[in-house]
Design a protein around this ligand. Sequence first.
Ligand code: AHR
Length: 502
Amino acid sequence: TSARLTIDPHFTIGPVRRKLFGGFVEHLGRHVYDGIHEPTHETADAEGFRTDVIDLVKELGVDTIRYPGGNFVSGFRWEDSVGPVAERPRRLDLAWHSTETNQVGLHEFSSWLEKVGSDLMMAVNLGTRGTLEAIDLLEYSNIRGGTALSERRIANGRTEPFDIRMWCLGNEMDGPWQLGHRSADDYGKIASQAAKGMRQLDPDIQLVVCGSSSAHMPTFGEWERVVLTHTYDDVDLISCHAYYEERGGDLGSFLASAVDMDAFIETVVATADHVGAVRGSTKRIDISFDEWNVWYIERFHGVDKISGIDNWPVAPRLLEDVYSVADAVVFGNLMISLIKHADRVASASLAQLVNVIAPIMTEPGGPAWRQTTFFPFSITSRLAQGTALQLKLDAPTYTTAAYGEVPLVDAVATHDAETGRSAVFLVNRSTTEPVTLTIDIAALGDVAIAETHTLSDDDVYAKNTLDDRERVAPKPNASAAIAGGELTVTLPPVSWTAIALA
Ligand code: AHR
């Protein structure tokens, strides 16, 4: 099977903003406790953070990190998480039926972010709290001093403001599972009030209003229209969340998951632009795709769920999906979809980072390791620089139960005019056939292959586990070659590939 691609740096989509490579840390399962924070671990630093995990997060190349939830935030009282650690209350976390000890809070997490070199994107609780608590947290975080809450921050050991630039107005408020779930109309009004109040305090913050928890919510589309009708002038971005999993053994549909993500993004852009048009506004609302990943949600509902009035564990094993090669190929394709929409997806957050549906796993008292999904993230984050390019792709199609006829190959390229470097990211969705791809790169001038990485395996369900931590890793693609302004490369079945040109 063969396919053709043309790359021309004149045909641009938009800037590849670093925020596209964001992450998400929720107080959930073993993400914070026994994940990033394990004071008794041999690699723990003076604050109890695992330095082996810090090193892996740095290697992953994560920009802004969303915190502290997720569903968790809708029951969260931020005040519990600051002040002397020994005096912090233990609270019920209703979202995950766990106990939150508050041993890690805003100050500790912010210190961890400095260690990994990332910025904070903070979510406020608009599920069970409101405007006052949101502006209180903003005052505590961003006011230099001289007021009750800024002085409390200083008394708690942080002289400089946290200066948090990006704020989420609640989490998944369209989801019936959300504490304080509301109709689009009710949420839109509250989000508008909270946003206005927050901007009175700090006009320069970026605000993200909740969009849909998935493109398959019954309220999808109408939710965005109604919420943005209330908040259009108050916010900068609207969120999208999407998780994909292989269902019922249908690998072909699963491999085409990015088709769904493409349509999701394009529908939300169209809806936002519709609201703008109705209002006669020249302002443009961008997308914060602030939860995306492969997640075996069906497995979660079947196996993990905790219940019982006397059963509220601390840091239980929850959502600890172990990812396969096929999962990583889909994951890499989701990153391709985000970059393909770089003009309107201004920010994105991989959900999540450590242990909980995560590229990095840890064992208490034991090692930390890279899941299969680690590789497409770290390589794309490192190589996708400059501007996303519109490609001309001619590829065969195949038929899926979930999305009908879809291309066998998906691709995006980036080009950095300053350095002259380019990169192309590719997937072959065929479960049986390799694809020989010919890429016309004449418009890039005289370039050479700088790096190639292909993730594939004879066993598409191969995984990295505690006992076999390096079973799967990308390898150089020896088939890649340039001749006469064309780059040819063979993409194995069920594979993800990155090629850097310089
Ligand atoms: O990432 C796991 C959960 O998925 C988040 O808490 C929630 O926002 C979403 O439903």
